[in-house]
Design a protein around this ligand. Sequence first.
Ligand code: NAI
Ligand code: MG
Length: 356
Amino acid sequence: MHANIVVLPGDGIGPEVTAAAVDVLRAVASRYGHDFHFREHLIGGAAIDATGSALPAETLAAARSADAILLGAVGGPKWSDPSTRVRPEQGLLAIRKALGLFANLRPVKPHAATLGASPIKPHLLQGVDLIVVRELTGGIYFGDKTRGDGDASDLCRYSVAEIERVVRHAAALARARSGRLTSVDKANVLETSRLWRDVTTRIVGEEFPDVQLEHQLVDSMAMHLLARPRSFDVIVTENMFGDILTDEAAMLAGSLGLLPSASLGEGRGGIFEPIHGSAPDIAGKGIANPYAAILSAAMLLRHALELEGEAQCVELAVSQALDAGVLTADLTSDRARAVGTRAVTEAVLEQLELPC
Ligand code: NAI
Ligand code: MG
Protein backbone atom coordinates (compact mmCIF):
# COMPACT_ATOMS: atom_id res chain seq x y z
CA MET A 1 0.00 0.00 0.00
CA HIS A 2 1.15 3.54 -0.74
CA ALA A 3 0.49 6.17 1.94
CA ASN A 4 1.41 9.81 2.39
CA ILE A 5 2.12 10.46 6.05
CA VAL A 6 2.55 14.04 7.27
CA VAL A 7 4.79 14.28 10.33
CA LEU A 8 4.35 17.26 12.67
CA PRO A 9 7.09 16.89 15.32
CA GLY A 10 6.32 20.17 17.12
CA ASP A 11 8.27 21.22 20.22
CA GLY A 12 10.22 19.85 23.19
CA ILE A 13 10.28 16.05 23.17
CA GLY A 14 7.88 16.04 20.19
CA PRO A 15 10.70 15.61 17.62
CA GLU A 16 12.40 12.92 19.76
CA VAL A 17 9.33 10.70 20.12
CA THR A 18 8.02 11.18 16.57
CA ALA A 19 11.43 10.14 15.22
CA ALA A 20 11.00 6.85 17.10
CA ALA A 21 7.47 6.37 15.72
CA VAL A 22 8.66 7.09 12.16
CA ASP A 23 11.45 4.50 12.54
CA VAL A 24 8.84 1.96 13.58
CA LEU A 25 6.56 2.82 10.63
CA ARG A 26 9.52 2.51 8.24
CA ALA A 27 10.27 -0.94 9.66
CA VAL A 28 6.62 -1.95 9.21
CA ALA A 29 6.69 -0.68 5.61
CA SER A 30 9.80 -2.65 4.75
CA ARG A 31 8.58 -5.83 6.48
CA TYR A 32 5.13 -5.81 4.85
CA GLY A 33 6.09 -4.31 1.48
CA HIS A 34 4.28 -0.98 1.92
CA ASP A 35 5.41 2.32 0.48
CA PHE A 36 5.08 4.99 3.17
CA HIS A 37 6.12 8.50 2.19
CA PHE A 38 6.95 10.88 5.08
CA ARG A 39 6.94 14.69 4.90
CA GLU A 40 7.72 16.88 7.91
CA HIS A 41 5.94 20.18 8.48
CA LEU A 42 5.90 22.87 11.16
CA ILE A 43 3.33 23.27 13.93
CA GLY A 44 3.25 24.92 17.35
CA GLY A 45 6.15 26.93 18.75
CA ALA A 46 8.53 25.81 16.01
CA ALA A 47 6.05 27.16 13.45
CA ILE A 48 5.60 30.45 15.35
CA ASP A 49 9.36 31.00 15.37
CA ALA A 50 9.66 30.32 11.65
CA THR A 51 6.47 31.91 10.30
CA GLY A 52 4.61 33.79 13.06
CA SER A 53 1.69 31.35 12.87
CA ALA A 54 1.09 28.23 15.01
CA LEU A 55 -0.51 26.52 12.01
CA PRO A 56 1.05 27.78 8.75
CA ALA A 57 -1.17 27.53 5.64
CA GLU A 58 1.38 25.20 4.07
CA THR A 59 1.10 22.75 7.01
CA LEU A 60 -2.70 22.74 6.85
CA ALA A 61 -2.65 22.18 3.08
CA ALA A 62 -0.26 19.23 3.48
CA ALA A 63 -2.40 17.83 6.32
CA ARG A 64 -5.55 18.03 4.19
CA SER A 65 -4.01 15.98 1.41
CA ALA A 66 -2.29 13.42 3.68
CA ASP A 67 -3.48 9.86 4.30
CA ALA A 68 -2.58 10.28 7.97
CA ILE A 69 -0.88 12.74 10.32
CA LEU A 70 1.60 11.79 13.01
CA LEU A 71 2.02 14.52 15.62
CA GLY A 72 4.45 14.95 18.53
CA ALA A 73 3.53 17.71 20.98
CA VAL A 74 3.50 21.49 21.03
CA GLY A 75 4.27 24.22 23.54
CA GLY A 76 6.92 25.24 26.02
CA PRO A 77 8.02 28.07 28.33
CA LYS A 78 9.41 30.06 25.41
CA TRP A 79 5.87 30.69 24.12
CA SER A 80 3.97 30.65 27.42
CA ASP A 81 4.32 34.28 28.49
CA PRO A 82 0.80 35.71 29.12
CA SER A 83 1.67 38.64 26.87
CA THR A 84 2.37 36.29 23.95
CA ARG A 85 -0.14 36.91 21.19
CA VAL A 86 0.10 33.57 19.39
CA ARG A 87 0.26 30.36 21.43
CA PRO A 88 1.47 26.96 20.14
CA GLU A 89 -1.71 25.20 21.41
CA GLN A 90 -3.81 27.29 19.00
CA GLY A 91 -2.19 25.33 16.18
CA LEU A 92 -3.43 22.07 17.64
CA LEU A 93 -7.04 23.21 18.18
CA ALA A 94 -7.09 24.80 14.74
CA ILE A 95 -5.90 21.71 12.86
CA ARG A 96 -8.39 19.40 14.67
CA LYS A 97 -11.24 21.78 13.91
CA ALA A 98 -10.17 22.43 10.30
CA LEU A 99 -10.00 18.70 9.56
CA GLY A 100 -13.32 17.98 11.32
CA LEU A 101 -11.78 15.47 13.72
CA PHE A 102 -14.70 15.06 16.12
CA ALA A 103 -13.88 11.70 17.70
CA ASN A 104 -10.88 11.45 19.99
CA LEU A 105 -10.01 7.85 20.89
CA ARG A 106 -7.91 7.20 23.97
CA PRO A 107 -7.30 3.53 24.77
CA VAL A 108 -6.11 2.64 28.27
CA LYS A 109 -4.63 -0.81 28.77
CA PRO A 110 -2.24 -1.10 31.70
CA HIS A 111 0.67 -3.44 31.03
CA ALA A 112 1.79 -6.04 33.56
CA ALA A 113 5.37 -4.68 33.52
CA THR A 114 4.27 -1.18 34.49
CA LEU A 115 1.47 -1.83 37.02
CA GLY A 116 3.81 -0.53 39.71
CA ALA A 117 4.02 2.87 37.98
CA SER A 118 0.32 3.55 38.70
CA PRO A 119 -0.85 4.99 42.03
CA ILE A 120 -3.83 2.58 41.85
CA LYS A 121 -3.63 -0.83 43.56
CA PRO A 122 -2.36 -3.45 41.05
CA HIS A 123 -5.25 -5.91 41.66
CA LEU A 124 -7.72 -3.26 40.45
CA LEU A 125 -5.72 -2.75 37.24
CA GLN A 126 -5.36 -6.36 36.13
CA GLY A 127 -7.40 -6.94 32.99
CA VAL A 128 -8.29 -3.28 32.44
CA ASP A 129 -8.74 -2.63 28.71
CA LEU A 130 -10.94 0.37 27.99
CA ILE A 131 -11.21 3.10 25.39
CA VAL A 132 -12.65 6.56 25.83
CA VAL A 133 -14.27 8.23 22.83
CA ARG A 134 -14.30 11.95 23.54
CA GLU A 135 -16.29 14.39 21.39
CA LEU A 136 -13.61 16.84 20.24
CA THR A 137 -15.05 19.76 18.27
CA GLY A 138 -18.24 20.83 20.09
CA GLY A 139 -19.64 21.65 23.52
CA ILE A 140 -18.55 24.30 25.99
CA TYR A 141 -14.98 24.62 24.65
CA PHE A 142 -16.32 25.93 21.36
CA GLY A 143 -19.43 27.85 22.52
CA ASP A 144 -19.76 31.65 22.63
CA LYS A 145 -17.80 33.25 25.47
CA THR A 146 -18.45 36.58 27.19
CA ARG A 147 -16.49 38.54 29.74
CA GLY A 148 -18.28 41.42 31.50
CA ASP A 149 -17.31 43.63 34.42
CA GLY A 150 -18.67 41.37 37.11
CA ASP A 151 -19.30 38.15 35.25
CA ALA A 152 -18.27 35.76 32.50
CA SER A 153 -20.04 33.03 30.56
CA ASP A 154 -19.30 30.01 28.36
CA LEU A 155 -22.11 28.57 26.29
CA CYS A 156 -22.47 24.79 26.06
CA ARG A 157 -24.31 23.78 22.92
CA TYR A 158 -24.68 20.45 21.10
CA SER A 159 -26.64 19.69 17.95
CA VAL A 160 -28.34 16.34 17.36
CA ALA A 161 -26.02 15.75 14.38
CA GLU A 162 -22.89 16.34 16.48
CA ILE A 163 -24.04 13.80 19.06
CA GLU A 164 -25.20 11.26 16.48
CA ARG A 165 -21.90 11.08 14.62
CA VAL A 166 -19.70 10.54 17.68
CA VAL A 167 -22.14 8.04 19.23
CA ARG A 168 -22.23 6.07 15.95
CA HIS A 169 -18.45 5.99 16.00
CA ALA A 170 -18.33 4.74 19.60
CA ALA A 171 -21.12 2.19 19.10
CA ALA A 172 -19.37 0.73 16.05
CA LEU A 173 -16.22 0.43 18.13
CA ALA A 174 -18.15 -1.25 20.96
CA ARG A 175 -19.66 -3.71 18.47
CA ALA A 176 -16.15 -4.63 17.30
CA ARG A 177 -14.97 -5.15 20.89
CA SER A 178 -17.07 -6.51 23.80
CA GLY A 179 -20.43 -5.08 22.68
CA ARG A 180 -20.65 -2.86 25.80
CA LEU A 181 -20.96 0.93 25.64
CA THR A 182 -21.07 3.39 28.54
CA SER A 183 -22.34 6.91 27.80
CA VAL A 184 -21.39 9.60 30.30
CA ASP A 185 -23.42 12.78 30.82
CA LYS A 186 -24.96 14.99 33.50
CA ALA A 187 -28.57 14.48 32.45
CA ASN A 188 -29.92 15.18 35.94
CA VAL A 189 -28.89 18.85 35.57
CA LEU A 190 -27.86 19.86 32.03
CA GLU A 191 -30.21 20.22 29.03
CA THR A 192 -27.37 19.39 26.60
CA SER A 193 -26.87 16.16 28.58
CA ARG A 194 -30.59 15.28 28.36
CA LEU A 195 -30.31 15.70 24.58
CA TRP A 196 -27.08 13.63 24.64
CA ARG A 197 -28.88 10.82 26.51
CA ASP A 198 -31.96 10.88 24.24
CA VAL A 199 -29.90 10.80 21.04
CA THR A 200 -27.56 8.09 22.35
CA THR A 201 -30.46 5.87 23.43
CA ARG A 202 -32.15 6.30 20.04
CA ILE A 203 -29.05 5.72 17.88
CA VAL A 204 -27.92 2.64 19.79
CA GLY A 205 -31.49 1.26 19.99
CA GLU A 206 -32.19 1.72 16.27
CA GLU A 207 -28.82 1.11 14.66
CA PHE A 208 -26.89 -0.98 17.18
CA PRO A 209 -29.49 -3.18 18.94
CA ASP A 210 -26.75 -5.74 19.65
CA VAL A 211 -24.75 -3.17 21.68
CA GLN A 212 -25.50 -3.07 25.40
CA LEU A 213 -25.79 0.58 26.46
CA GLU A 214 -25.55 1.97 29.98
CA HIS A 215 -25.71 5.62 31.07
CA GLN A 216 -23.55 7.06 33.85
CA LEU A 217 -23.55 10.49 35.42
CA VAL A 218 -20.12 12.08 35.13
CA ASP A 219 -19.58 12.67 38.84
CA SER A 220 -20.14 9.06 39.86
CA MET A 221 -18.29 7.91 36.72
CA ALA A 222 -15.18 9.74 38.02
CA MET A 223 -15.40 7.46 41.05
CA HIS A 224 -16.25 4.21 39.23
CA LEU A 225 -13.34 4.69 36.84
CA LEU A 226 -10.91 4.30 39.74
CA ALA A 227 -12.93 1.88 41.86
CA ARG A 228 -13.85 -0.66 39.14
CA PRO A 229 -11.99 0.22 35.91
CA ARG A 230 -12.18 -3.38 34.69
CA SER A 231 -15.96 -3.15 34.27
CA PHE A 232 -15.76 -0.61 31.41
CA ASP A 233 -15.02 -1.18 27.74
CA VAL A 234 -16.02 1.65 25.38
CA ILE A 235 -16.91 4.96 27.04
CA VAL A 236 -18.41 7.82 25.01
CA THR A 237 -18.79 11.35 26.31
CA GLU A 238 -18.90 15.03 25.44
CA ASN A 239 -15.86 17.26 25.10
CA MET A 240 -15.22 18.65 28.59
CA PHE A 241 -16.22 15.49 30.50
CA GLY A 242 -13.93 13.51 28.18
CA ASP A 243 -11.06 15.89 28.74
CA ILE A 244 -11.27 15.41 32.49
CA LEU A 245 -12.04 11.67 32.54
CA THR A 246 -9.17 10.80 30.17
CA ASP A 247 -6.57 12.53 32.34
CA GLU A 248 -7.99 10.53 35.23
CA ALA A 249 -7.92 7.33 33.15
CA ALA A 250 -4.27 8.03 32.25
CA MET A 251 -3.40 7.30 35.87
CA LEU A 252 -4.59 3.72 35.41
CA ALA A 253 -1.76 3.14 32.94
CA GLY A 254 0.83 4.71 35.22
CA SER A 255 2.59 7.17 32.93
CA LEU A 256 1.56 9.74 30.36
CA GLY A 257 4.40 8.30 28.29
CA LEU A 258 2.37 5.14 27.57
CA LEU A 259 -0.87 6.60 26.23
CA PRO A 260 -1.58 7.06 22.51
CA SER A 261 -4.54 8.76 20.87
CA ALA A 262 -6.33 9.03 17.55
CA SER A 263 -8.47 11.95 16.44
CA LEU A 264 -10.83 10.89 13.66
CA GLY A 265 -13.51 12.44 11.44
CA GLU A 266 -16.01 11.20 8.84
CA GLY A 267 -13.46 10.27 6.22
CA ARG A 268 -10.26 8.27 6.43
CA GLY A 269 -7.11 9.73 7.90
CA GLY A 270 -6.80 11.59 11.17
CA ILE A 271 -4.24 12.84 13.66
CA PHE A 272 -2.30 10.32 15.75
CA GLU A 273 -0.40 11.62 18.76
CA PRO A 274 0.68 10.73 22.26
CA ILE A 275 -1.55 12.36 24.89
CA HIS A 276 1.44 13.86 26.71
CA GLY A 277 2.80 17.37 26.10
CA SER A 278 6.22 18.63 25.06
CA ALA A 279 7.84 17.86 28.47
CA PRO A 280 10.28 20.80 28.40
CA ASP A 281 11.85 19.54 31.65
CA ILE A 282 13.37 16.52 29.87
CA ALA A 283 13.60 17.75 26.26
CA GLY A 284 16.90 17.25 24.45
CA LYS A 285 18.20 14.70 26.94
CA GLY A 286 17.33 11.56 24.97
CA ILE A 287 15.32 10.12 27.88
CA ALA A 288 11.73 10.75 26.71
CA ASN A 289 9.48 7.70 26.70
CA PRO A 290 8.58 6.98 23.04
CA TYR A 291 6.09 4.14 23.74
CA ALA A 292 3.06 6.47 23.53
CA ALA A 293 4.21 7.84 20.17
CA ILE A 294 4.95 4.32 18.88
CA LEU A 295 1.50 3.13 20.03
CA SER A 296 0.03 6.18 18.26
CA ALA A 297 1.74 4.93 15.09
CA ALA A 298 -0.04 1.59 15.67
CA MET A 299 -3.35 3.47 15.87
CA LEU A 300 -2.44 5.23 12.61
CA LEU A 301 -1.93 1.85 10.93
CA ARG A 302 -5.27 0.59 12.32
CA HIS A 303 -7.56 3.56 11.84
CA ALA A 304 -6.13 5.60 8.95
CA LEU A 305 -4.59 2.88 6.79
CA GLU A 306 -6.81 -0.04 7.87
CA LEU A 307 -3.76 -2.25 8.39
CA GLU A 308 -5.03 -4.13 11.46
CA GLY A 309 -2.44 -6.92 11.31
CA GLU A 310 0.42 -4.44 11.15
CA ALA A 311 -1.08 -2.41 14.02
CA GLN A 312 -1.28 -5.53 16.20
CA CYS A 313 2.34 -6.39 15.36
CA VAL A 314 3.52 -3.01 16.60
CA GLU A 315 1.45 -3.37 19.78
CA LEU A 316 2.86 -6.83 20.34
CA ALA A 317 6.41 -5.55 19.83
CA VAL A 318 5.79 -2.82 22.44
CA SER A 319 4.33 -5.34 24.83
CA GLN A 320 7.33 -7.66 24.40
CA ALA A 321 9.79 -4.80 24.92
CA LEU A 322 7.97 -3.87 28.16
CA ASP A 323 7.97 -7.54 29.25
CA ALA A 324 11.71 -7.63 28.60
CA GLY A 325 12.08 -4.76 31.07
CA VAL A 326 12.99 -2.07 28.55
CA LEU A 327 11.73 0.85 30.66
CA THR A 328 12.35 4.60 30.58
CA ALA A 329 12.83 6.59 33.79
CA ASP A 330 9.12 7.47 34.09
CA LEU A 331 8.25 3.74 34.22
CA THR A 332 10.67 2.47 36.85
CA SER A 333 11.92 3.59 40.25
CA ASP A 334 15.11 1.67 39.55
CA ARG A 335 17.18 4.53 38.08
CA ALA A 336 20.11 2.26 37.25
CA ARG A 337 17.88 0.14 35.00
CA ALA A 338 16.19 3.00 33.13
CA VAL A 339 17.05 3.33 29.42
CA GLY A 340 16.67 6.20 26.95
CA THR A 341 14.52 6.90 23.89
CA ARG A 342 16.90 5.24 21.43
CA ALA A 343 17.23 2.02 23.41
CA VAL A 344 13.43 1.66 23.59
CA THR A 345 13.14 2.30 19.85
CA GLU A 346 15.79 -0.31 19.08
CA ALA A 347 14.15 -2.86 21.36
CA VAL A 348 10.81 -2.37 19.55
CA LEU A 349 12.50 -2.58 16.12
CA GLU A 350 14.21 -5.79 17.18
CA GLN A 351 10.88 -7.32 18.28
CA LEU A 352 9.36 -6.27 14.94
CA GLU A 353 11.82 -8.52 13.13
CA LEU A 354 10.44 -11.59 14.92
CA PRO A 355 7.37 -13.49 13.74
CA CYS A 356 4.18 -11.83 14.90
P1 NAI B 1 3.68 17.26 29.79
O1 NAI B 1 2.81 16.13 29.38
O2 NAI B 1 4.55 17.85 28.77
O3 NAI B 1 4.60 16.79 31.04
C1 NAI B 1 4.07 16.42 32.29
C2 NAI B 1 5.14 15.57 33.04
O4 NAI B 1 5.21 14.29 32.44
C3 NAI B 1 6.54 16.17 32.95
O5 NAI B 1 7.22 15.91 34.16
C4 NAI B 1 7.18 15.39 31.82
O6 NAI B 1 8.58 15.27 31.93
C5 NAI B 1 6.50 14.03 31.94
N1 NAI B 1 6.36 13.41 30.62
C6 NAI B 1 5.46 13.72 29.66
N2 NAI B 1 5.64 12.97 28.58
C7 NAI B 1 6.67 12.15 28.85
C8 NAI B 1 7.35 11.15 28.11
N3 NAI B 1 6.99 10.81 26.85
N4 NAI B 1 8.40 10.52 28.69
C9 NAI B 1 8.77 10.82 29.94
N5 NAI B 1 8.18 11.76 30.69
C10 NAI B 1 7.14 12.42 30.15
O7 NAI B 1 2.70 18.37 30.40
P2 NAI B 1 3.05 19.83 30.95
O8 NAI B 1 4.38 19.82 31.63
O9 NAI B 1 1.86 20.26 31.68
O10 NAI B 1 3.15 20.75 29.65
C11 NAI B 1 4.35 21.05 28.97
C12 NAI B 1 4.01 21.78 27.68
O11 NAI B 1 3.32 20.88 26.82
C13 NAI B 1 3.09 22.98 27.87
O12 NAI B 1 3.51 23.99 27.00
C14 NAI B 1 1.72 22.46 27.51
O13 NAI B 1 0.87 23.45 27.05
C15 NAI B 1 2.08 21.50 26.40
N6 NAI B 1 1.10 20.42 26.17
C16 NAI B 1 0.91 20.04 24.88
C17 NAI B 1 0.07 19.01 24.57
C18 NAI B 1 -0.02 18.56 23.16
O14 NAI B 1 0.76 18.98 22.33
N7 NAI B 1 -0.96 17.70 22.82
C19 NAI B 1 -0.70 18.29 25.62
C20 NAI B 1 -0.38 18.74 26.95
C21 NAI B 1 0.49 19.78 27.22
MG1 MG C 1 -6.73 17.88 28.91
